[in-house]
Design a protein around this ligand. Sequence first.
Ligand code: 6PG
Length: 237
Amino acid sequence: MNTMQANIHPTKTAAIEALARQLTLTIGECMKKNGRCSLALAGGSTPKDLYRRLAEVDYATRIAWEDLHIFWSDERCVPVKDPDNNYRMAWGSLLAHMPIPKDNIHAVNVEALPEDAAKAYANLLDDEPIDIVLLGLGEDGHTASLFPGGDELKSKASATASLSPKEPAGRVTMTLDTINSALHVFFLVCGAEKAQVAQKVQNQLDGPIKRTTLPAARVRPETGPALWFCDEAAPGS
Ligand code: 6PG
């Protein structure tokens, strides 16, 4: 049974605080074990306040940035300067302010065609087991850029191109295989508009994977259920 391990908090701020605490702990454990940690960041708008919180001194000083390698669970195929670009969002809210070596930041090449960028990212991920993946949840049940009914759900590569029903359409995304082989998967889901879909995901997580229609319900890490950090407006609250 892969039930949702949901941590429900009274506000988005409280959910972010709990996830920031969990993340710094988990990053520290990975570093103690392997001397480094690979973290895949989520895109969209929800995690921006999480990244800003991690940039604050009480968390930033707890992370050995020189041993942290940053990836993205997905990227929109728009120029870095485009406000929709996920790398741009994480750079501005966190990475630009941290002493992280540039070589530790592994962005998707948005200048290439999506298929070529996806192949290159898959090659990079083939050599790099991901310790921690951060994910969000779309109102249609997508996560990363894995969309309901999309061919990307069947991909056996480590990363693949996909098409979003909402602009920007062109995407590169980690596949379910990559996400489910990560050591830790954390969802950050906030806002009343996500409550209904989060409940549907929870119901599907309780059932067999072959009956799932929502990509987020196919996130069933080999190491154990993903941890969900939600505010009261999200699942089952
Ligand atoms: C993306 C994200 C995507 C996101 C959800 C939720 O690139 O769009 O990776 O999976 O997490 O769409 O987005 P919001 O946080 O903006 O609601």
